[in-house]
Design a protein around this ligand. Structure first.
Ligand code: PMV
Length: 362
């Protein structure tokens, strides 16, 4: 499919008003997306676990403008209160998606949104936020013009990508791949697809306990971060490596080979940070507690042979990943040894989830 396939045919039938609501989850990448080309096209393919507990709930009420105008009209409530500083991001998002949703300037939108996780917890809310918003706008288009379920899912992912790249992996569960990659037929730079590999049951109920080492704003925004990959001395090798790691994951996921899984996932996390340390300008996004957690986790794994590993986003927080079979042991270890390294002892228990859900439509 190409961008043009997502352009709507001309509409005839506009509802006066209505309301739609979606809850969309966050996701955690196993093979990381880091570096992009124009129009939110990824420099390399990535794959993620869709999460469950970390989610954004968004409702959009829409009403026909009395007088047509050439601008977007929207108001925004975040957790029940007006939130002016989110508006520019939404304005940019609307500008990017308008070629594909040409009804947007005909309506006034009242957007109400909230996160299940604390704001400024250092957890990226753009993946869940942009996917929930994309789904709401697309549901409005669906009221104007019918579309098939498979096309709806692809277009939702396509639109979410224009808000935040990784958001395109937050529409479906439970393992989603995004970016053109030879190993998956139908993979695309334009949207995420459910991983069509055979996946061993051990991965079906995987847990992600997110240790909030630093709850403040991200030191480096992802836009700045992705740009650091332009003219980066190791960029080409890194982009190749993402393909190789996806190749490696295929049998690992099928066989449930946890040893090999942990190796790929941890290497990906450290590579992401290595890219930031070796860019110009350079950044260290880990904090002393991040390293303490990693070292304690490795020592625990060596001593107890528990299949528990970590991954990182572009920040200091640590995602601790483990299968359901060792849940009790892992949580005990996290509480006994790792929580002390979290800001105010805060952490979030999450697990692999099934994707976004519509909860309201009228
Ligand atoms: O979606 P963005 O532009 O915020 O980029 C996210 C990039 C990482 O979270 C660091 C990696 C990934 O693949 O999710």
């Amino acid at each position: 499919m190409t961008e043009n396939d997502f352009k709507a045919k001309s509409y005839t039938n506009f509802p006066e008003s209505g309301k739609v609501g979606w809850k969309a989850p966050s996701n955690i990448a196993l093979v990381k997306y880091w570096g992009k080309k124009a129009n939110q096209i990824p420099a390399n393919p990535s794959i993620s676990f869709t999460l469950d507990a970390c989610a954004t709930t968004t409702q959009v009420s829409f009403s026909r403008k009395e007088i047509d105008s050439d601008d977007f009209s929207f108001e925004l409530l975040f957790e029940g209160k007006p939130k002016e500083d989110f508006k520019p991001k939404i304005q940019t998002f609307l500008e990017r998606i308008e070629p594909y949703l040409p009804f947007l300037k005909k309506y006034h939108f009242a957007i109400e949104t909230s996160n299940s996780f604390p704001h400024s917890s250092g957890i990226a809310s753009s993946a869940s936020g942009m996917s929930a918003l994309a789904l709401c706008f697309l549901s409005i288009e669906h009221k104007i013009q019918h579309m098939e379920a498979d096309f709806f899912t692809k277009k939702a992912s396509f639109l979410a990508r224009l808000g935040s790249g990784s958001a395109c992996r937050s529409i479906e569960g439970d393992l989603v791949q995004w970016g053109k990659y030879e190993g998956i037929e139908g993979s695309s730079d334009l949207y995420g697809v459910r991983c069509p590999y055979e996946v061993h049951p051990i991965f079906k109920n995987y847990h992600d306990t997110i240790l909030l080492v630093h709850k403040g704003q991200k030191q480096v925004s992802s836009t700045v971060g992705h740009n650091l990959m332009h003219n980066h001395p190791y960029a080409e090798k890194r982009f190749e490596q993402a393909h190789t790691n996806l190749d490696k994951l295929k049998p690992i996921l099928a066989e449930g080979n946890l040893e090999a899984f942990m190796e790929v996932v941890e290497s990906e996390a450290l590579t992401l940070h290595a890219m930031m340390m070796t860019s110009m300008p350079y950044f260290i996004l880990m904090m002393p507690d991040t390293l303490e957690i990693i070292n304690k986790l490795w020592a625990f794994r060596r001593a107890t042979k528990t299949p528990i590993c970590f991954t990182l986003d572009a920040g200091a927080n640590v995602h601790v990943l483990y299968p359901d079979s060792v849940k009790e042991k892992a949580i005990q270890f996290i509480q006994d040894e790792l929580v002390a390294h979290c800001e105010n002892g805060h952490y979030i228990c999450d697990q692999i989830g099934t994707g976004a859900k519509k909860f309201f439509e009228e």
